[in-house]
Design a protein around this ligand. Structure first.
Ligand code: ADP
Ligand code: ADP
Length: 218
């Protein structure tokens, strides 16, 4: 469960997030919808403890991560797609992360299979396509087997098959009882993926309702 309580984030004069409050429940995919610049990434960074609210607070399963980043074993994150610059193979990239966080080696094998990277696991990450890079990012997010997953625009730049893959994966992670919070600027995408929708604009909450309530509104 994620609780955002009266959070405001200012960057100098600019208010990126404005007195925002909402709850994200486990066992469902919760979409975070809003146009570019609405404050989605800023909110997600604060949930992850990568940025601090100017005021208000954020709790993830009852804990504050405002002082240090959330542990990989508790919260998995896929932030905006950016290439991983490493000469390492996908396997070694994940293994290095696992070792740093005290995660057993066999879990690396599990996540590689889970995201369908087995055939390229020994290849250099530097040569990966965007879609393969996204799969690697998802593998990293799942490495700690976290109860909570935060994904910032995970389908950006993916082909239709990659989009379907992410959608099905998020649905199955939620069905396992995890808290899945995923941002998008596309209602059409959210309608196919999310059970519940939180909508923001200019840093403020516009709506929080089940997807069936949104579709009933037309
Ligand atoms: P979204 O993810 O919905 O596109 P963001 O959270 O990235 O929105 O941005 C919200 C607002 O905060 C934007 O106006 C953006 O320019 C501003 N912003 C985000 N990060 C910073 C930063 N590090 N410094 C200054 N302004 C920022
Ligand atoms: P089980 O789910 O019965 O534990 P699995 O072999 O499917 O057996 O899972 C092995 C490990 O991987 C478990 O710790 C499980 O919680 C985790 N796991 C299974 N599916 C996923 C998933 N989709 N995402 C992340 N972790 C998963």
């Amino acid at each position: 469960m994620i609780e955002v309580n009266g959070v405001t984030k200012r960057y100098g004069e600019r208010v990126a997030v404005d007195d925002l409050s909402f709850t994200v429940r486990p066992g469902a995919v919760t979409g975070f919808l809003g146009p570019n610049g609405a404050g989605k990434s800023t909110t997600m960074r604060m949930i992850l403890g990568l940025d601090r609210p100017t005021s208000g607070d954020v709790l993830v399963n009852g804990k504050h991560y405002a002082e240090h980043a959330a542990p990989l074993r508790e919260v998995g994150a896929l932030l905006e797609a950016k290439a991983v610059h490493t000469g390492r193979s996908a396997y070694h990239h994940l293994l290095a992360m696992a070792l740093t966080h005290g995660i057993p080696r066999r879990r690396v094998e599990e996540v590689i299979d889970l995201v369908g990277l087995r055939e390229v696991a020994r290849k250099r990450v530097g040569g990966f396509s965007l879609g393969m890079g996204q799969r690697l990012g998802v593998a990293a997010a799942l490495l700690g087997d976290p109860a909570t997953l935060i994904l910032d625009e995970p389908v950006n730049g993916l082909d239709p098959e990659g989009v379907r893959w992410i959608r099905n994966l998020l649905r199955s992670l939620a069905a396992e009882g995890r808290t899945v919070f995923v941002s998008s600027h596309l209602m059409s995408e959210m309608a196919l993926t999310a059970d519940h929708l939180i909508v923001i604009g200019r840093g403020k909450l516009i709506a929080s309702a089940s997807m069936s309530e949104f579709t009933a509104m037309g």
